[in-house]
Design a binder for this molecule. Structure first.
Ligand code: JFZ
Length: 590
């Protein structure tokens, strides 16, 4: 299944990328494999959004401007000349590149990606191409990129530059949000010019500067190809081609995969079958926003890193330093706490591969090939009440089971049916995530642990659902799992575009009654789909209690792998909480 996914993505990506003449040959894939090796092993990086937007920090003329702070120029429709004035007072005297790099290192991060120029067009490096840069336009007489590059080199940290190649709100030829809809730039005084002028005169020469002047650059991180053309992309790609070792992401031009794809602000439900990196904020803004206190807990961030790793991806976790050049204290605290966990558990993250299991009630799994077999790292988020951890469908010889934090503490285990049962200590050593290492011998074999029909019934628990949040939607409106293990529920399902998916196996076609255990404050409508078949159903308000509701019958006409999807019906969707779905066979196929 995973392989098929992989093939499909490779085929679609290479086709849609022919304008950039990406080679489809085996050797290109092998090269890419080599090129991304360090990055795949790294798993965890630091994203830094830093620019003159850190000064207004989300507030303009006394008004709090919604959405991420680095967008303030566009959101508050600030004229170019007025925004430029921010540079005159931008003086981040407390900037200390070495401290930042040390902090990232302490957190367990292996690479840093920093904004060299964001959509506002302001270069955070000394550019000969445009005066609108930190040396020529501010009182600050230092080049932050140079200092960061030096510190990274000193501390063995990989370095990447973010460059907004299409959007540049400062330039007559730069693009902006809604340019494709034909909307004018908000500043009527900014005369318009063709995109190619800007690409030739600023984007290409500046990209050359950042790639030439700062030593080896490991990643070039493009962003928002709004209004980009094939011709413009090709010109930039020609520059990139001079640096065969460097990685790029998929945001140069629509549909071009680069070396990795970039889910933003959401966790993909499964492995994506292509190299991928989630970028994620710790609060809600990328750039510093002085009143944004929606901090994710360290627990959530640690589990997020593990979740991403268990699905074969990387996590690029963001900080937004202040105009003084300081990483906000809540971010520092979180990075330190993640670092404490990583110091003990890093073996279960770096260089590991994705989970061999379909889903696990109690947490996640990562794995690593060893000389004689495979190490499974079991990340236990929810300590089982009976202190017995069930590893479903493992069919491999087990050599040893121990706590990763203390390998001398061997845990007894035995097989029961298809499952490995591990006896755990009474108390959970690390309440956020205790890692257990299972050393296996020989070929790793895991039988499928998808839910399946037993005696005409099937249970699809919330924690076995793939939650499909909308890429790019803000974290506040994303559905997530709450609670623990089998008693988890899907909460915060308030966006009608978010849908759920369960995969299971059925040996018998038939008519099945669909029952859900839900809590709904107001009546809600859902569409249930199995294959091509769809039924629209109604849930009444449940008066504050989880209630079992029968949604009616649906036909399953095939045997084997089945996917059930639940989509909200858009009108008047106020959200429901969902604990599980049950299918009960009522008749054979008509
Ligand atoms: C982009 C930037 O606009 C943002 O400022 C930040 O740098 C982030 C990492 O990348 O954010 C996006 C990109 C694409 C979408 C939404 C936000 N999108 O396609 O909806």
């Amino acid at each position: 299944m995973e392989k098929l996914f992989f093939l499909i993505s490779i085929i679609t990506f290479s086709l849609s990328c022919t304008p950039l003449q990406q080679s489809e040959t085996d050797s290109a894939i092998a090269d890419q494999d080599k090129r991304v090796e360090w990055w795949r092993d790294a798993r965890f990086g630091l994203f830094i959004h830093w620019g003159i937007y850190a000064q207004p920090a989300g507030e303009w003329k006394g008004e709090k401007i919604p959405r991420p702070s680095e967008w303030i120029m566009a959101r508050a429709q600030i004229p170019v000349k007025e925004y430029e004035k921010l540079a005159e007072t931008f003086n981040p005297v407390h900037y200390n590149a070495e401290q930042w790099v040390k902090l990232a290192k302490q957190a367990g991060m292996k690479y840093i990606v920093i904004t060299s120029k964001h959509h506002d067009g302001f270069a955070m490096f000394h550019s000969k191409v445009s005066q609108y840069n930190i040396i020529d336009a501010t009182p600050f007489d230092r080049d932050p990129l140079k200092e960061l590059a030096d510190a990274c080199k000193k501390h063995g940290m990989r370095l990447g530059f973010y460059y907004s190649q299409a959007q540049d709100w400062h330039e007559p030829g730069g693009t902006y949000y809604n340019i494709e809809e034909g909307e004018p730039h908000w500043d009527p005084d900014l005369e318009r010019e063709p995109l190619m002028n800007y690409i030739k005169e600023k984007a290409v020469p500046q990209v050359k500067e950042i790639l030439e002047n700062y030593g080896k650059v490991d990643i070039l991180w493009w962003d928002t190809p709004f209004g980009m053309t094939e011709e413009a992309a090709q010109m930039l790609q020609n520059v990139v081609d001079q640096y065969p070792q460097m990685l790029t992401n998929n945001r140069l031009y629509q549909h071009c995969p680069g070396d990795f794809i970039t889910p933003e602000q959401h966790l993909p439900p499964t492995n994506l079958g292509y190299e991928w990196e989630v970028c994620m904020t710790m609060n809600t803004s990328w750039g510093y926003k002085h009143y944004d206190d929606h901090w994710k807990s360290s627990e959530r961030l640690i589990r997020m890193l593990v979740d991403v790793t268990s699905k074969g991806g990387n996590l690029l976790l963001n900080v937004g330093p202040t105009a003084e050049g300081l990483i906000p204290e809540p971010s520092v605290e979180r990075l330190m706490e993640i670092g404490e966990w990583m110091a003990i558990n890093k073996e279960s993250i770096y260089g590991t591969d994705s989970s061999p299991f379909f889903k696990l009630h109690w947490g996640r799994c990562t794995k690593r090939k060893t000389k004689s077999g495979t190490n499974l790292y079991l990340h236990v988020f929810n300590w089982p009440e009976d202190q017995v951890l069930r590893v479903p469908g493992l069919k491999t010889k087990v050599k040893n089971v121990s706590l990763l934090s203390d390998k001398k503490q061997v845990l007894s285990s035995h097989f029961e049916d298809n499952d490995l049962l591990i006896n755990l200590p009474n108390a959970m050593p690390d309440p956020i995530n205790t890692v257990i290492i299972v050393e296996t011998k020989g070929n790793l074999e895991v039988t499928c642990n998808m839910p399946s029909f037993k005696e005409g019934k099937i249970f699809l628990p919330a924690n076995f659902a793939n939650i499909h949040n909308i890429p790019g939607s803000v974290y506040d409106i994303q559905a997530l799992l709450e609670g623990s293990g089998e008693s988890s529920i899907i909460a915060n399902w308030i966006d009608h575009r978010t849908w759920l998916e369960w995969m299971f196996i059925t040996p018998e076609p038939g008519i099945y009654n669909v029952e859900v255990l839900v809590k709904a404050d107001e009546p809600a409508r859902l569409t249930i789909c199995i294959g091509e078949k769809a039924v629209v159903t109604e849930i009444p308000a449940t008066k504050g209690e989880f209630t079992e509701i029968s949604l009616g019958e649906i036909e399953i006409s095939e045997t084997g792998d089945i996917t059930l999807r639940i989509h909200p019906v858009q009108d008047n969707w106020k959200g429901v909480e969902l604990a599980k779905v049950k299918l009960v066979k009522t008749a054979g196929v008509s």
